[in-house]
Design a protein around this ligand. Structure first.
Ligand SMILES: CC(C)(COP(=O)(O)OP(=O)(O)OC[C@H]1O[C@@H](n2cnc3c(N)ncnc32)[C@H](O)[C@@H]1OP(=O)(O)O)[C@@H](O)C(=O)NCCC(=O)NCCS
Length: 157
């Protein structure tokens, strides 16, 4: 499989695919809040994110097909830091898409002027930890995510 992944800005007409990916059980268990998400909650969230200048939401495409999503959120008290989230479509996982997406996201964050990227990864999420380490992030400390043990990873840009 090609490891070339392109990022484009998410749109309101991505709502259904983003909803399906977000409610995938593996994605729910990887995130801070593990409960299933209601459609109305999702739509309100997406609508707000798309107009929030502190948040950048992307859809990743490989060969023109959507394969996942990622987000850069400006850190509250550190305007040079962006917090990274990503979720690969269930059928596309385990084939290098996560690593390729993170590489593309690094270039995007640099272009936006960020100086550091930060990610929080549950200790149980081996695939995510490996994807961050493989794309140059360093493990910088422990954290908690939704009450579960997690680690903080950072990349200087
Ligand atoms: C975690 C996630 C982003 C990784 O993306 P991916 O496309 O599946 O992973 P890749 O194929 O790019 O592989 C990344 C690394 O994880 C390893 N890996 C992939 N699937 C794995 C699995 N199920 N278990 C353990 N390691 C795995 C790969 O071998 C690779 O390691 P390497 O670089 O040391 O060889 C993706 O699986 C996902 O979206 N999961 C659900 C949501 C989530 O966990 N998001 C991240 C929250 S911090």
């Amino acid at each position: 499989m090609s490891d070339v992944v392109a990022l484009r800005a998410a749109r309101v007409d991505d709502a259904e695919r983003l909803y399906a990916w977000a409610n995938d059980p593996v994605a729910r268990s990887a995130s801070a809040q593990g409960e299933p998400i209601a459609w109305d909650t999702h739509l309100a969230w997406l609508t707000a994110v798309l107009v929030n200048e502190r948040r950048h939401l992307y859809v990743a495409e490989r060969a023109g097909a959507p394969v996942g999503t990622a987000r850069l959120d400006r850190a509250d008290d550190e305007p040079h830091v962006a917090v990274v989230s990503l979720n690969i479509a269930p059928e596309a996982r385990g084939r290098g898409v996560g690593r390729a997406l993170l590489a593309a996201l690094t270039a995007e964050a640099r272009a936006l002027g960020y100086a550091r990227l930060r990610a929080f990864v549950k200790a149980s999420n081996e695939a995510s930890a490996r994807a961050f380490l493989a794309t140059g992030y360093a493990l910088v400390g422990d954290a908690a995510l939704g009450g579960a043990a997690a680690q903080r990873y950072e990349l200087e840009l």
